[in-house]
Design a protein around this ligand. Sequence first.
Ligand SMILES: Nc1ncnc2c1ncn2[C@@H]1O[C@H](COP(=O)(O)OP(=O)(O)OP(=O)(O)O)[C@@H](O)[C@H]1O
Ligand SMILES: [Mg+2]
Length: 226
Amino acid sequence: MDIILRAEGISKTYISGQVKVSALKKCDVEIEKGEFTAIVGKSGSGKSTLLRILGTIDKPDEGKVYIADKEIENLKSAELAKFRRTQIGFVYQDYSLIPEYTAYENIILPLVLDGKDADVDEVMELMESLRIEYCRDKFPEQMSGGEQQRVAIARALIAHPAVIFADEPTGNLDAASAETVAKMLSFAASKYKQTIVMVTHDRQMAEYADRILTIVDGTVTGGVGI
Ligand SMILES: Nc1ncnc2c1ncn2[C@@H]1O[C@H](COP(=O)(O)OP(=O)(O)OP(=O)(O)O)[C@@H](O)[C@H]1O
Ligand SMILES: [Mg+2]
């Protein structure tokens, strides 16, 4: 087995005022290269926290994260920034598009940051497959939630990163668009050996995954192979 992503004993506690929330409690996760994993669980169970830590966007209080056998904690900040830019695509639950940039400019951002030229035809093809080509010159505030969500998905896919983390990528989409996204992610894993880790509430979306991890109250309980 070629393990691309490994988290050991991950714990995370949030403190706001007097209140402490144990969002994650000693979680262990292993993900194989090219695998499409879905993470499911109730609202507040710790899914986004786990995804952010696996995606190196947030740090655990305890535990270690390894990506392709590199321990994240040991990377210097410049190395980590380059690693994130080139190896990781992240679809945030709130999309996190840049308001001053058009849809097109948001999508090509990972390439621009890495000093690469965008292939206009490839970007337009990706936008067409997500049915957002008509949003090309629109700014985020001029787009619907579902359109912004698909722009965020295109931005995560454009640079063909080794690992794509997607937090509820279909939360705002109609059934047909959600199916398109699920198929695109599944195709990225099977055809291009990209590794996909997706949080979802939607049982039907989870069916597209190779494996479902369930998280209950901050603990990863089950890795069901389907
Ligand atoms: N920045 C924060 N400060 C304080 N508490 C937080 C913070 N972020 C998350 N939490 C708490 O940690 C727990 C886990 O949150 P998380 O966002 O990981 O849940 P989730 O499973 O993604 O939920 P949802 O399905 O609603 O997106 C929740 O109880 C939440 O209230
Ligand atoms: Mg969440």
